[in-house]
Design a protein around this ligand. Structure first.
Ligand code: GLN
Length: 186
């Protein structure tokens, strides 16, 4: 059975852990370089992207994560998507640059910053509930990226080669299409 690591420095890593197991793979929490070495793929969960960036540096995981991503799939949800992006705005901040997307943080504004919406992924299966929590908006998508789902005209599920992001939180619903798509990349 394949092993998916969940970056467990901060954020909602426990829900991803359970979602990966529901989707049929083994999950481990990743806090060190040696944890990472045991994984076939990695999930960067939601949380606070600026805090996660600092913790990655503190734990000396930024370099190892980039090396890992050069060979193995990484999936980022919400704050994780912000970390995977090539460019981050509002405010601008550093990122890992694993996918050719530009994201704007906290882009839905204060009033409607969290909601459950219905989206219809391009890759089948009908409508899906998508939980958005202080989500970013993906403002630009490079030519090599594929948009798998949109909400109000903006991409919310995008993949590029072995990597993938969602601006919503599939680990908070029982629909395992997003996690199964990631497992298929391992
Ligand atoms: N607003 C957070 C950020 O900018 C992301 C929120 C989330 O992951 N649910 O990092």
């Amino acid at each position: 059975m394949k092993t998916v690591g969940i970056l467990a420095l901060q954020g909602d890593f426990e829900a991803h852990h359970k979602a990966v197991e529901r989707a049929g793979a083994n999950a481990i929490e990743v806090r060190t370089e040696s944890d990472l070495a045991r994984c076939d793929g990695l999930i960067v969960p939601g949380g606070e992207s600026s805090t996660m960036l600092k913790l990655l540096d503190q734990e000396k995981l930024t370099g190892p994560l980039k090396l890992f991503a050069a060979q193995k799939p990484v999936y980022g949800s919400c704050a994780g998507a912000i970390l995977l992006a090539r460019e981050v705005t509002h405010p601008s901040q550093a990122s890992l640059g694993l996918m050719d997307i530009q994201v704007e943080r906290n882009a839905y504004g204060r009033q409607i910053d969290s909601r459950i919406a219905l989206i219809t992924p391009e890759n089948g299966g009908g409508e899906m509930e998508a939980v958005f929590i202080r989500a970013p908006i993906i403002r630009k998508v490079g030519a090599d990226a594929i948009v798998l789902a949109s909400y109000r005209g903006d991409p919310v599920w995008v993949e590029q080669g072995r990597h993938m992001v969602t601006t919503f939180h599939p680990e908070l619903t029982t629909d395992s299409r997003v996690h199964r798509r990631f497992l298929a990349k391992l």
